[in-house]
Ligand binder design. Structure first.
Ligand code: CO8
Length: 258
């Protein structure tokens, strides 16, 4: 694994952890953070010993948004020509399940990076928001799209138009996060979820991810057909034979990711 400037990485027992580590700037996302997270995620995605990836922050922040000090200097021509921040799509291209363990502020781009992950869990101290309106701009990394799909128009408009923050309890109630846990238990809970995923067939978990994500891109009929065809394909895997044999024989399955 490469040495990174703005993140910490570790991996053990099939679980990789990427920790955003610019605490003095509340983990604000500059170009280097993008490059580091995307590269680490791609490397873990290609690493056969890894089956799930956790992304988390440090101290008070998951990430307090795109780096405003960097963006303050940005003009239209440069942003357009460089397709500023389009590189975050590298994170969404990761095929292994990703878990955002949101420990504190997840604002603007921070909320958007969390929403690029497959499962969001939050500490009781987490705060979510799209405060770009306070800066005279709007969300630019998916906030108006993924947030609206996650929590609906009413809440998404409320958050994006007022710039207010919502706490973890409201985020769970709204459907943005899957679980809220006490702050000190956040990483244990994230690792438990990841360990559960690690115990499953990697082919099946990748198929689940593709099928659920397809629901955001297709009509219901196309999505149902895609899901059914994936199911048919799953019947060609050794893990399907093993999983169903283990159930019939009343034992734990031993998946081989084949
Ligand atoms: N960018 C740069 N630096 C930041 C950011 C940020 N987003 N957030 C916090 N910091 C820095 C502060 O400047 C401060 O640094 P310093 O000590 O050098 O002054 C340090 O972090 C600590 O912050 P505060 O002193 O402000 O801490 P508080 O506890 O008083 O406040 C808040 C915490 C409420 C989180 C506050 O820092 C805040 O409001 N931050 C900005 C949040 C925000 O507006 N985020 C959205 C940014 S815009 C965005 O994400 C757009 C994404 C789309 C990109 C476009 C793609 C095409």
């Amino acid at each position: 694994m490469t040495d990174f400037e703005t993140i910490l990485t570790e991996s053990a027992d099939g679980i990789a952890v990427i920790t955003i580590n610019r605490p003095k700037a509340l983990n604000a996302l500059n170009q280097q953070v993008l490059e580091d997270i995307a590269t680490a995620a791609e490397q873990f995605d290609a690493d056969d010993s890894v089956k799930a990836i956790i992304i988390t922050g440090t101290d008070r922040a998951f990430a307090a948004g795109a780096d405003i000090k960097q963006m303050a200097e940005l003009d239209f021509a440069t942003a357009f020509k460089t397709d500023f921040f389009a590189g975050w799509s590298r994170l969404t291209a990761v095929r292994k399940p990703t878990i955002a363990a949101v420990n504190g502020f997840a604002l603007g781009g921070g909320c958007e990076v969390a929403m690029m992950c497959d499962i969001l869990i939050a500490s009781e101290k987490a705060k979510f928001g799209q405060p770009e309106i306070n800066l005279g701009v709007l969300p630019g990394m998916g906030g108006s799209q993924r947030l609206t799909r996650a929590i609906g128009k009413a809440k998404a408009m409320d958050l994006c138009l007022t710039g207010r923050m919502m706490d973890a309890e409201e985020a769970e109630r709204s459907g943005l996060v899957a679980r809220v846990v006490p702050h000190d238990e956040l990483m244990d809970e994230a690792r438990k979820i990841a360990a559960t995923i690690v115990s499953k067939s990697r082919i099946a978990s990748a198929m689940v991810k593709e099928a659920v994500n397809a629901s955001f891109e297709t009509t219901l009929q196309q999505g149902l057909l895609f899901e059914r065809r994936l199911f048919h394909s799953a019947l060609a895997t050794n893990d399907q034979s093993e999983g169903m044999a283990a159930f019939v024989e009343k034992r734990d399955p031993d998946f081989t990711d084949t």
